[in-house]
Design a protein. Structure first.
Lengths: 218, 221
């Protein structure tokens, strides 16, 4: 699914959509940049929801899901930052500005990295996952700041043009590849999340088996 | 309520007796501010433009340093456990600890800052906005740092890792605080930033006691 959507989206985005009348061909960076940025926030949102599940109802899988989402979310954030920087050079004339949206996404990246380090620093992975869930909830205040930063502070980054109350302000020919890429990234997240969770569970099982075999010997 | 006062008094006593690093953190605040004129030259025009930011950075690092041991010493010698066993809820303990930390770290910073602002060349007419931002910002710094500090008890080691986790969370406070001063100096009016800064305080006050006590309980599991 991931493969189908991303390849379809790339084909549409690169060959079958019109260049922008102001930006020319560089607009095609959008088809990677925008879905990656959406996913960066989506992953954090899902991590927040999972963390609430983990802390309130102590669902055993929720904190594993939250823990395994963090590296994927961090990669999406990094992709969004890097592609945004590459896109910014020809259109804004600069690689980086300390604009509200850029800064808040950068903070999101730092929070992801802090989360990963914190979870890894526990010897007991059950505790590590719970600690990560607690940290996720404190970092969640950053999400609304990112979403509305372009509306609250009037700086270089353009305001939202797709997810708006009065419908998207973007032409349908650009909308199709954008949606395809977004779906592709979404399925990418799901598939990698499943792989990560599977690995995590297998690791835990292996540890148990190891301890069992050890105690049988003695 | 009586217990709450007792807890705060106990923590302040500990600070006065010198068994916590609050005094050292305050001294660090002074030193960090002096760094700025020494490292970036004594030209007054440059200093004026960075003065607000310099004071905010120093305040942030000072609270970061002292936060590392906010719960740890009590956690390690078992007195935190005794406090919980005595029937006080852990949330109350967290709030009182944060309040005591602010009284011994944040409040002195707020009081000292107008004098220090003079030293590094901030115009004296802006002292009120500096004090206002610090007054609103330092409690938020304490509260935001409390949960990672509690998590560091659960890990059993602190230091760089705690700082790594706390710093990104504190950045918005720093941006808003120093942004308010810069905006006021440039004539835009700093109240836009100050309102946002004031919004962080009740939000963190609402969320932090529960999250920090969750983190402390995780350490006892």
């Amino acid at each position: 699914m991931t493969f189908i959507f991303i390849s379809l989206g790339l084909w549409y985005g690169l060959f079958n959509s019109p260049p922008d009348y102001q930006q020319g061909e560089t607009v095609r960076i959008m088809y990677v940049h925008v879905p990656a940025a959406w996913m960066a926030m989506m992953v954090y949102l899902s991590m927040t929801i999972m963390s609430i599940f983990a802390l309130v109802w102590r669902h055993p899988l929720a904190d594993i899901l939250s823990k395994c989402s963090a590296p994927i979310g961090a990669s999406f954030t990094l992709i969004a930052l890097v592609t945004g920087s590459i896109w910014g050079k020809p259109t804004w004339g600069t690689w980086w500005v300390w604009d509200a949206r850029l800064t808040s996404v950068f903070i999101l990246f730092l929070i992801y990295m802090g989360h990963i380090t914190l979870v890894r620093s526990f010897e007991d992975e059950y505790k590590g996952a719970r600690a990560g869930a607690i940290l996720t909830l404190i970092g969640a205040f950053n999400l609304p700041i990112i979403k509305f930063s372009v509306d609250w502070w009037n700086t270089l980054h353009q305001p939202a043009s797709v997810i708006k109350l009065d419908g998207p302000a973007i032409h349908i020919d650009m909308m199709i590849p954008l949606i395809l890429m977004a779906l592709g990234f979404l399925f990418f997240y799901f598939s990698f999340l499943l792989i990560n969770v599977q690995t995590e569970l297998n690791n835990r099982k292996l540890k148990k088996l190891f301890i069992q075999s050890f105690s049988k010997k003695n | 309520m009586k217990k709450f006062y007792r807890l705060i008094l106990r923590d302040i006593h500990l600070v006065i007796k010198g068994s916590s690093d609050a005094g050292a953190a305050l001294l660090f605040y002074l030193l960090a501010i002096i760094m700025f004129p020494l490292s970036s030259g004594t030209e007054s025009t440059l200093l004026i433009s960075i003065a607000g930011g310099a004071i905010w950075v120093a305040a942030l690092f000072s609270s970061l340093l002292s936060l590392d041991r906010l719960f740890r010493s009590d956690f390690e010698d078992g007195s935190l456990e005794q406090l919980v066993l005595s029937g006080i809820s852990l949330e109350t303990i967290v709030i009182s600890k944060c309040f005591a930390h602010w009284l011994t770290n944040g409040l002195p910073i707020v009081i000292l800052s107008p004098i220090l602002a003079l030293i590094i060349g901030l115009d004296f007419s802006y002292w009120w906005i500096l004090c206002l931002t610090l007054l609103l910002g330092t409690p938020s710094l304490t509260l935001i740092g409390a949960t990672p500090a509690a998590l560091s008890c659960a890990i059993g080691k602190g230091g760089v890792l705690t700082a790594l986790i706390i710093l990104p969370l504190m950045l918005p406070v720093l941006i808003l605080g120093s942004g308010a001063i810069t905006a006021e100096i440039s004539g835009l009016g700093g109240f836009g930033h100050i309102y946002a800064l004031a919004a962080i305080l009740p939000l963190s006050l609402l969320a932090v006691p529960f999250l920090a006590s969750k983190a402390l309980r995780l350490g006892w599991e």
